[in-house]
Design a protein around this ligand. Structure first.
Ligand SMILES: [Fe+2]
Ligand SMILES: [Fe+2]
Length: 333
């Protein structure tokens, strides 16, 4: 925890450091573009659980929730599949809410306060306020939508475990010397903001899903396009300012951050299957057969392509141990 005495605050507009031309802001028209400023609250229509022909509306794409297609679940009937998909949506929304609040907002707040220890262009420091506001809205609307789906579907939300990335981030932070932890937080934010999530790209296009859900995720995706560009620039400013020792300690852990973010959260899936009454002897089979390691690795490498390009672009992979770690995690294919 930072104390007041430790705060070294740089006022936006007064920051010194990299020249303004090193940073191309995507936030100059934020007031006319940000979803929090331009889009309404997304509201699930009454009766959105059933479709016009009396069938059940999907609340999550089964392709993104492989356990929902496993025979040991499908043989339990359409209602069981429906509830698992609703729980998959809850899991995604909860993950989003926690990610914004735990991993991104603290970093953008620190950038806007000028207390990351990294000197950034004044415009970049000012833009961090906009991202903080965007992310607070994403967390808020994710939480709000969980409530709405609960009311519409009568499937109670439950989160028996913290999202996996919180547990992994904590483990990684504590496996490194305390003076590297600030860099871990900055790099984790860069990783999470530069990955391209299949959910953000697929859900807005999926006509099987409720329009309000598609619009909610489209709002998020539009904001994240700007954040992606911001964090790519932030990394270019950050990496050259990190000393060699910290780069050598944190660099090889970057693939762990990628996996922490993108690997399926199997404890959450197991909890959803247990809630459906699946006996323990079936759980391992569903998880093993639905989430094959090779398929997971391919999917992660595809989603991380832009992130890898960003780290390669700043020279992070010139460190042998970092390069080896990326290769060992199947990220250099
Ligand atoms: Fe976000
Ligand atoms: Fe973001």
């Amino acid at each position: 925890m930072t104390t007041v005495n430790e705060l070294r605050v740089t006022v936006p507009g007064c920051a010194t450091g990299p020249p303004a031309e090193a940073y191309d802001s995507r936030f100059l028209n934020w007031h006319g573009r940000a979803s929090v400023r331009t889009q309404p609250r997304r509201v699930l229509a009454d009766g959105s659980v059933t479709s016009e022909d009396g069938g059940r509306v999907l609340f999550f794409p089964p392709e993104l929730a492989p356990a929902a297609r496993h025979p040991l679940l499908t043989e339990r009937g359409g209602s069981a599949v429906h509830r698992l998909l609703v729980r998959s949506l809850y899991q995604y929304l909860h993950f989003t809410q926690v990610l914004e609040q735990v991993a991104v907002i603290p970093v953008t707040t620190d950038i806007s306060l000028g207390r990351t220890g990294i000197t950034v262009p004044a415009r970049m420091q000012a833009d961090a306020f906009a991202i903080t506001t965007d992310e607070a809205w994403h967390a808020q609307f994710s939480h709000d939508f969980i409530d709405q789906v609960n009311t519409a579907s009568a499937v109670p939300p439950f989160f028996p475990v913290q999202p996996r990335f919180v547990r992994r981030l904590d483990e990684i932070r504590h496996s490194l010397p305390p003076d590297c932890r600030r860099l871990v937080d900055l790099v984790f934010a860069v990783v999470s903001e530069t990955l391209v999530s299949a959910i953000l790209t697929d859900i807005p296009r999926d006509e099987r899903l409720p329009p309000a859900l598609r619009a909610l995720v489209a709002d998020h995706a539009a904001d994240e396009g700007r954040h992606h560009a911001y964090f790519r620039s932030f990394l270019q400013v950050l990496w050259p300012q990190v000393d060699a020792r910290e780069r050598q300690l944190v660099g090889p852990r970057i693939p762990d951050f990628v996996r922490a973010f993108l690997e399926p959260d199997l404890s959450a899936v197991a909890a959803a299957l247990r809630a459906e009454g699946l006996p323990d002897r079936h759980l391992a089979a569903v998880l093993d057969e639905s989430y094959l390691e090779a398929r997971t690795t391919d999917r992660i490498a595809a989603a991380a392509r832009a992130t890898i390009r960003s780290f390669r672009g700043v020279g992070a992979l010139e460190d042998a141990a970092t390069h080896e770690a990326f290769a060992a995690h199947g990220l250099l294919t």
